[in-house]
Design a protein. Structure first.
Length: 149
């Protein structure tokens, strides 16, 4: 692509500040919409991956993992505390013991401390959805979930 000579480039100084600010607001709005969509899709993917793990399909999620992954159907991390590559529900299960009762805020703190990476602006809400939808957890009180499987 040929570069336009400098003399014919439109100058940013000629664009009114109101137009620049309006464009920035439009882009920020579009970004928020896309990030929310991404969070919803990531949540759906995590739910599907958790179902695959529950059915013993761990080797199908990561074929490069080899036979060791196929022989261990547990959704818990291979290394204690390593949750960086797991779907969120499996990561939460990995930082809890059976019978533990936890709040979504505590769960979010534990998985992030264990190495779970997220860019979700509303990660607490994503954790709430993961806890309420996954069969490994049961709501025992308002804002309290127990790991049952």
């Amino acid at each position: 692509m040929a570069r336009v000579p400098r003399s014919t480039d439109p100058s940013l100084a000629e664009v009114p500040a109101e137009e620049i600010l309006a464009e920035l607001r439009r882009r920020q709005s579009a970004l928020r919409v896309l990030l929310a969509r991404r969070a919803r899709l990531a949540e759906q993917l995590a739910s599907v991956e958790a179902e695959i793990l529950d059915l013993g399909g761990r080797d199908m999620l990561d074929p490069a993992a080899g036979p060791s992954a196929a022989s261990d159907p547990s959704p818990r991390p291979a290394r204690p505390g390593d949750v960086s590559t797991l779907p969120l529900p499996a990561a939460i299960a990995g930082v809890m013991e059976l019978g533990d009762v936890i709040s979504p805020r505590e769960a979010a703190g534990r998985v992030v401390a264990a190495g779970y990476r997220t860019t979700a602006a509303n990660f607490g809400a994503v954790v709430i959805q993961a806890l309420s939808r996954d069969k490994r957890f049961r709501r025992v009180a308002r804002g309290r979930y127990e790991r049952i499987a």
